[in-house]
Design a protein around this ligand. Structure first.
Ligand code: G16
Length: 559
């Protein structure tokens, strides 16, 4: 097979955020060599000697254009000297499964074709993410390098005649010109190997008893027409005995059924509705690439992701894996509520507060300092892999139910009674003008850094909040001392409440400003979140002038 070097012109906008390069499908289709360029930048970023003959894992969430993109990845990987690709059957594989395979095969990394929980289809998004040898998202130093290469790229190499059969499980070999060794592709059943991973973490006999024994509970898990259907069927139904109707939307669709495959109360409304009549004891939704999760109790009671993390932490020894490994540390992203901190204090386990994005957790895990972590954006996971893991989180909750023999709602209430409650909400302002959003954040920072800002008092009705501290979050990695700056503007009040403003780094159309509000209550724990947080929300808008400056009358999304 011939290897060609093709001249190209660079694009200046291929900055991969923490979730990779995410663009509308039309951008990839309408701009000549847009995907070729980015893939070449990824390959060129790898050290040449390490790249020659290396193994990479490749998978995607099956969205529209996935197959075309996958074929291109294979042709360019071969031409760039990669020796072996491990690919999911039909090119489809969940993000957690990809992470686990990178580790299992000791691969140099992975190319993940997902745009996270963003819509698919011809008018939806496509994404390309590079994961490192630990199985987690590449660090910022790597993504910055990819971006720099992409800005001056002049050519790419490709093996256009190489045709891989993504449907044929097993090994395929290809001889390339001027290469001594054949280029190998292995199409694998990722469902089986991922199931095996989970078998070694959880007590499957206890879970089977919970889901199919005499006192079984009823669950409903929604795969949102993404990759997770086959994993749910195999693990929850075939292996753990849950009835077939416990899992829904399990056929992976290229456009995710035209829906937004993001597991939250807005986009997983179908699940929320189906929980209302109290038939199901636990509900869960997973996003299209299987790393995010939402947990609901009976009647659709919402467990906020920050609480879910804290509650898994408080019950961590219900999971056999942690009984064996012990607990090395907990971590949460900075905007995630401080509910986890209370558990860490009580158990005297180290707690890390990291910038947004799973890559920061990976470094701590690699150094043996972290066992359990999560983000408010519906992500929880352990150190078994280096990505968040949706189905792992569901099994973590089921393990808690199996051992504690209580309902989800009672476990939540017990937790609040013991540790107090962090009322928490997030406002998203999506699709803002980029320059206006940056300017707003700049001006806000200037205001917050004024000397007089600290100790300023804000009053809404009877509630008075006094600023204790204000900063722009900065993180020094305790393992390698790398400093990451500008990670979000934080206002901390004397009563422990907090407002955080942050620009989304995940890319997409325009800019997204997120406002995170967190308020701790020791006693008053059974109130409505939005009612409790209304004064702080008013203050957040007042300080930032968000509505006045963006012309919006409210957030595009509240979680
Ligand atoms: C968002 C979330 C982050 C998450 C990231 C990637 O980033 O806020 O917590 O790590 O997406 O998530 P996924 O891999 O599921 O797409 P941002 O920067 O938009 O806030």
């Amino acid at each position: 097979l011939k290897v060609l070097t093709v001249a190209t012109a660079p694009y200046l906008d291929q900055w991969p955020g923490c979730g990779g390069l995410r663009r509308r499908v039309g951008v990839f289709q309408g701009n000549r060599h847009y995907l070729h360029n980015f893939l070449q930048s990824v390959f060129s970023c790898m050290d040449l000697r390490e790249r020659q003959g290396c193994t990479l894992v490749v998978g995607g969430d099956g969205r529209f254009f996935n197959r075309t993109a996958m074929e291109l990845v294979v042709q360019m990987a071969a031409a760039n000297g990669v020796g072996r690709l491990i690919i999911g059957h039909h090119g489809i594989m969940s993000t957690p499964a990809i992470s686990s395979l990178v580790r299992k095969y000791k691969a140099m990394g992975a190319i993940v074709l997902t745009a996270g929980p963003h819509p698919g289809g011809p008018h939806g998004d496509l994404g390309v993410k590079f994961n490192s040898a630990n199985g987690g998202p590449a660090q910022e130093t790597v993504t910055n390098k990819i971006y720099q290469i992409s800005r001056t790229l002049e050519e790419f190499t490709i093996c256009p005649g190489l045709r891989v059969d993504l449907g044929a499980l097993g090994r395929q070999e290809f001889d390339l010109e001027n290469k001594f060794k054949p280029f190998t592709v292995e199409i694998v059943d990722s469902v089986e190997s991922y199931a095996n991973l989970l078998r070694n973490i959880f007590d499957f006999a206890a879970l089977k008893e919970l889901l199919s024994g005499e006192h079984r509970i009823r669950i409903r898990v929604d795969a949102m027409s993404g990759v997770m259907g086959p994993y749910l069927r195999r693990i929850l139904c075939e292996e753990l005995g849950a009835p077939a109707k416990s899992v829904v939307n399990c056929v992976p669709l290229e456009d995710f059924g035209g829906l937004h495959p993001d597991p939250n109360l807005t986009y997983a409304a179908e699940l929320v509705d189906s929980m209302q009549d109290g038939h199901y004891d636990l509900g869960a939704a997973l996003d299209c690439d299987g790393d995010r999760n939402m947990i609901l109790g009976k009647h659709g009671a919402f467990v906020t992701p920050s609480d879910s993390l804290a509650m898994i932490a408080a019950n961590i020894f219900c999971i056999p894996y942690f009984q064996h490994t012990g607990v090395r540390g907990f971590a949460r992203s900075m905007p995630t509520s401080a509910a986890l901190d209370k558990v860490a204090q009580a158990t005297k386990i180290d707690l890390y507060e990291t910038p947004v994005g799973w890559g920061f957790f990976g470094n701590l895990m690699d150094a043996g300092r972290l066992s359990l972590c999560g983000e408010e954006s519906f992500g929880t996971g352990g150190d078994h892999i280096r990505e968040k893991d949706g189905l792992w989180s569901v099994l973590a909750w089921l393990s808690i139910l199996a051992i504690r023999r209580k309902s989800v709602n009672d476990i939540v209430k017990d937790h609040w009674r013991k540790y107090g409650r962090n009322y928490y909400t997030r406002y998203d302002y999506e699709g803002l003008d980029l320059d206006a959003a940056w300017q707003l954040m700049d001006d806000l920072e200037v205001l917050m850094m004024e000397k007089s800002f600290v100790s300023q008092r804000f009053a809404v009705a009877d509630n008075i909040y006094q600023v204790e501290q204000a900063d722009n979050f900065e993180y020094t990695d305790p393992v390698d001392s790398t400093i990451t700056r500008n990670q979000g503007l934080r206002i901390m009040f004397t009563n422990g409440s907090r407002i955080v403003y942050r620009l989304s780094g995940a890319g997409g159309v325009g800019a997204t400003i997120r406002v995170y509000i967190d308020s701790y209550e020791k006693e008053d724990i059974f109130q409505d979140t939005q009612v409790m947080l209304a004064p702080l929300a008013t203050i957040a808008l007042k300080i930032s002038q968000l509505h006045v400056r963006t012309g919006r009358s409210g957030p595009s999304m509240i979680t």
